[in-house]
Design a binder for this molecule. Structure first.
Ligand SMILES: [Zn+2]
Length: 327
């Protein structure tokens, strides 16, 4: 599908673009001036609240953000997805929305319901499903082109993507998701090596993660593919394993954090009345910035309660061990 030109704010070539972060910021400025929904979304960021809890000495924050109710509460079962109009398809974008065309296949768009002061959705120009293994190289290239300003993240189709049927990444300010720094920090613990790629985890993190780090993006891409393939074998089925992924380039090192998930939403999400806990963990939340669209969760959730939710939706450490053995 070709994109009508009025949609294209700028055209860039992956790997050969200088200053992509500033171009993204120019797009955001333009969209906040010309697109009321985007302007209102960013204006509402002024009234969000944050509360820092901490968990086992690791960063853990709550963000009260009523604008995220649509995403947090979204029905993502296949029947509901089939019935709704895909909001990432180019033909369905609001008339004011523009994007930066990144190569032939991706369009960098402003997210009109932001979690961050700068929040982008990077979607495929075709309506094709969320599946990481075909796009690992592109994710690393994006992480390099957006460094040092932004990190790139991905939510699997069964654990956090609100458009599981339309391929997309998102981008956030570099250190806005606490895991980005924690994965490179002193509690990073070596697990194994895949070629030149160091695989580590984070000690005492309360959720199971694998961090893959190396300076050669090709080797990192191969290692991510091998890791996901080994996980599929451990899982025993062909679907993409349930994962949230955050990719960055720090100086010359590429870092990919892979969260090992076993469930999208905790049981309490589906309860009613006072028993319901409206938390729907995706990359940002499991990465240490938990979004609560309702005031109730924001003011009452404790470290212990969130620790229980992380535990419920994450694989146990034995799964990482099995994956490493199956590599
Ligand atoms: Zn679509």
């Amino acid at each position: 599908m070709s994109i009508p030109d009025p949609r294209v704010f700028a055209d860039v070539t992956p790997g050969a673009v200088i200053g992509l972060p500033n171009l993204c910021r120019s797009l955001l400025r333009q969209q906040r001036e010309s697109w009321p929904m985007c302007r209102d979304g960013y204006a509402s960021l002024g009234s969000i609240q944050t509360r820092s809890l901490g968990l086992n000495g690791h960063a853990l924050h709550l963000q009260f953000n009523p604008g995220r109710i649509v995403s947090t509460g979204a029905k993502v079962d296949p029947a509901s997805i089939k019935q709704r109009r895909c909001f990432l398809c180019v033909a369905h974008l609001p008339p004011e929305q523009q994007g930066i065309r990144y190569g032939k296949h991706l369009l960098i768009l402003c997210n009109p319901a932001p979690i961050f002061s700068e929040h982008f959705t990077i979607s495929h120009v075709e309506h094709c499903g969320q599946r990481l293994d075909r796009h690992v190289h592109t994710m690393l290239r994006l992480a390099a082109d957006l460094a040092p300003a932004f990190s790139v993240f991905y939510n699997g189709p069964r654990c956090g993507a609100s458009a599981p049927d339309h391929f997309h990444f998102q981008a956030a300010p570099f250190s806005a998701i606490p895991t980005v720094a924690e994965a490179a920090g002193p509690r990073s613990t070596p697990v194994c090596e895949i070629g030149t790629v160091q695989v580590s985890t984070i000690a005492g993190y309360g959720r199971t993660v694998a961090t893959l780090r190396a300076s050669d993006p090709e080797e990192v891409a191969v290692a991510v593919d091998r890791f996901l393939s080994a996980w599929r074998r451990v899982d025993g089925h062909t679907d993409e394993p349930m994962t949230n992924v955050i990719a960055t380039r720090m100086e010359k090192v590429y870092q990919v954090v892979i969260f090992l998930r076993r469930k999208h939403r905790p049981e309490a999400f589906f309860k009613e009345g006072d028993e319901q806990v409206l938390v729907s963990p995706a990359a940002v939340d499991i990465g240490g910035l938990v979004i609560t669209p309702r005031e109730r969760e924001f003011s009452t959730l404790t470290s212990e309660a969130l620790s229980g939710i992380f535990d419920e939706v994450s694989c146990g450490p034995e799964v990482l061990k099995q994956i490493v053995e199956a590599l």
